[in-house]
Design a binder for this molecule. Structure first.
Ligand SMILES: Cc1cc2nc3c(=O)[nH]c(=O)nc-3n(C[C@H](O)[C@H](O)[C@H](O)COP(=O)(O)OP(=O)(O)OC[C@H]3O[C@@H](n4cnc5c(N)ncnc54)[C@H](O)[C@@H]3O)c2cc1C
Length: 618
């Protein structure tokens, strides 16, 4: 049973469970649940948590962890969402990890946090193992002094993570559209990746219809986007991405005739790191980003292998922090614009953008990354956004509650997506063409998938077809060895197969391998010397065009990880300085690209293809 007090601070409860919180009733506030047998540790936790969060959350204390499950069910039945379950581990709570692990089956969205006593190294080890297996989400060192800022730094991070994942609350933007349409899904994805609080309303629902009527819109083209901040609060009917970003008023104008020191194409980890480095060193810098800041990394629900974030960091948070950093240093951002061509005129590089403008720059960093291959199955292409999604599409995950979901792909991104979806979906099936995951996925993810009760892996299988009227209903799966086909019911398919470099826009401008990955530095073909200004070989990350560099996933031989992309992006900046110094001294004449090279590419585990001869991409 639970009790609710009207004061903000929970009364200490040595036995059973106690709840407290301000506000408008038990159902209105989310709960933070504290579980553990040690009365002293529990009292300290309760005091600290109540002091800081008692205004905004109900603080529920459970002294008998065995009773946690029924209490949580009671809370949920009473309409109280649970944000965090923070549970003791160690000598007094030897089953602490099991207790926390069991929470997932009751409430898949509550974050499970183990509280470790300071210096309890043995418990820390088992906690790390439990995180690696996905049995708990986070850990925190128990508060040892007041004020316990280190403890609260972690706590606010966990609460923020839960809040972002849950959505709701303040809506800077409202989208009214068809629930299952590709455009509605694209907008949900874009706002979520940019960390813009947005509410989505189904235009066919009573609320959606009322909102349209209130806006004076009768049968408008959908979706309708309402900006709810600033003086004008524009209502945009079926807007393009460019119209949305222009209405946001975020773009810095670029004066005609302006020549930047560095133009970065692509605002993923590599491009953002290059922008931070360049602008922090006083180089005038512009970033051109076609879709969403953060690139692929921005779609990652939780990046656990990026150095410096021991508890992991969501890709969108990492991206937005880096974007702000670059912006603070003076980087100009051109959002929702695609670079369509790269050329050189009057001694400067020129990027022709999709909005018709041309950006001039002394140097260019190509950081356009990679994207997932399309399945190319007409029935499934028609269902995109209506049950078929390319990439992780994390914004769709809560809508998968209770559904039967498939993820195609055997790489880290597919594994991470399957685990994220498993928090909501009834069952997730990973469809892998290979015989094992060992060659394509990190060990920690393979172990988490093995430990997840509602994730299955099917090997030697590929998607051959699908059906659905209005929404995906079934998939035709094909055994890659025998060719045998079987139809299975499916509510959703997330496709993360074969990444392809985004280099088609470059035409013939820059040398690439046969899969389209950009060749740089020593990978540029022998005999290309005539392409270079006399007296120097290409710089390490330099492409076949002097002063044009490539970084991150788009580069042949790159590691296809966030940290590597960031490292390469940052590493281009000293090279840019060297190039600019030579150019200023008049030692960098441009030469024409050489004919196709003929050396074998480095083996690239995550790339779309295998070994082969190099050619220029068409
Ligand atoms: C779901 C998922 C989970 C992942 N999880 C992890 C993880 O946990 N750890 C890890 O290390 N790695 C992870 N990765 C891989 C990692 O995200 C990538 O290696 C990394 O994002 C590559 O960075 P990048 O900047 O090179 O390219 P990208 O992230 O691909 O960014 C390229 C950007 O360029 C833009 N662009 C492309 N063409 C143009 C153009 N012509 N004009 C303007 N803009 C353009 C794109 O819109 C994109 O924003 C994950 C990937 C995915 C998809």
């Amino acid at each position: 049973m639970t009790t609710t007090a009207s004061a903000g601070v929970a009364a200490a409860a040595d036995e059973g469970v106690a709840a407290a919180g301000h506000g408008d009733g038990a159902g209105a506030q989310a709960a933070i649940v504290i579980a553990g047998r040690d009365p002293g540790a529990r009292a300290i936790l309760q005091r600290e948590v109540s002091k800081r969060y008692g205004e905004d959350y109900q603080i529920v204390v459970c002294a008998r962890p065995a009773e946690l499950a029924p209490w949580m069910r009671d809370l949920l039945a009473a309409g109280v969402p649970v944000a965090l379950v923070i549970g003791g581990v160690g000598a007094q709570d030897p089953d602490g990890i099991d207790v926390l692990a069991a929470v997932r089956a009751i409430d898949p969205t509550a974050l499970r946090v183990a509280v470790v006593g300071w210096g309890d190294w043995d418990s820390e080890r088992s906690v790390f193992d439990a995180i690696a297996l996905g049995r708990i989400d986070h850990w925190v060192t128990a508060p040892v002094q007041a004020p316990a800022e280190e403890f609260h730094r972690s706590m606010t991070g966990f609460l923020r993570e839960w809040g972002v994942q849950r959505g709701g609350g303040f809506e800077a933007v409202r989208v009214i559209g068809e629930r299952w349409s590709a455009r509605s899904q694209e907008l949900r994805d874009l706002f979520s990746r940019h960390r813009i609080p947005a509410g989505f309303y189904d235009a066919t629902s009573r609320q959606g219809r009322q909102m349209l009527a209130d806006l004076g819109l009768e049968l408008p083209e959908l979706p309708v986007v309402v900006l709810r901040f600033g003086a004008e609060r524009p209502v945009l009917v079926n807007p393009s991405n460019v119209e949305i970003v222009d209405a946001f008023g975020l773009m810095t104008p670029v004066s005609p005739g302006e020549v930047f020191d560095v133009a970065v194409v692509g605002g993923g980890p590599a491009g953002l790191a290059a922008a931070v480095g360049a602008s922090s060193e006083g180089l005038s810098t512009v970033v051109v980003e076609h879709e969403a800041i953060g690139g692929q990394a921005g779609t990652s629900s939780m990046i656990r292998n990026y150095p410096g974030f021991s508890q992991g960091i969501s890709g969108a948070t990492l991206a937005q922090e880096t974007r702000r950093q670059a912006w603070a240093f003076g980087t100009t951002f051109l959002y929702m614009r695609q670079a369509n061509t790269l050329s050189r005129r009057d001694g400067h590089y020129r990027l022709a953008l999709s909005d018709g403008r041309v950006v001039a720059s002394r140097t260019v960093i190509i950081a356009t990354g990679a994207t997932y291959r399309r399945l190319g199955i007409p029935a499934l292409e028609d269902l995109q956004g209506r049950g078929v999604f390319y990439g992780a599409a994390t914004s769709e995950a809560p809508a998968m509650r209770g559904r039967n979901v498939f993820v195609a792909g055997g790489g880290n991104s597919a594994g991470q997506t399957a685990l994220h979806l498993a928090r909501w979906a009834d069952r997730v099936t990973l469809l892998v063409r290979a015989q094992s995951l060992a060659d394509s996925m990190s060990d920690y993810l393979i172990r988490q998938i093995g430990a997840a009760p509602n994730v299955d892996v099917r090997y030697r299988v590929q998607v051959a077809d699908g059906t659905g009227t209005g929404h995906l209903e079934s998939l035709m799966l094909e055994d890659t060895a025998s060719g045998a086909r079987r139809s299975v019911p499916a509510d959703a398919l997330f496709v993360l197969v074969g990444s392809q470099p985004r280099t088609q826009w470059l035409g013939e401008a820059v040398a690439r391998d046969q899969w389209g990955f950009i060749l740089t530095g020593p990978d540029l073909p022998a005999g290309a010397g005539h392409r270079w200004p006399p007296g120097r070989p290409p710089l390490p990350l330099e492409t076949s065009l002097p002063g044009v560099f490539a970084a991150g996933d788009v580069r042949q031989g790159s590691v296809k990880r966030v940290a590597s992309a960031v490292g390469e992006g940052a590493a281009t900046i000293p090279l840019v300085h060297r190039y600019l110094a030579r150019a200023a001294a008049g030692r960098e004449p441009l030469t024409r690209p050489a004919p196709p090279p003929a050396i074998p590419p480095a083996h690239d585990r995550d790339s779309a293809g295998g070994r082969g001869d190099l050619t220029y991409a068409p």
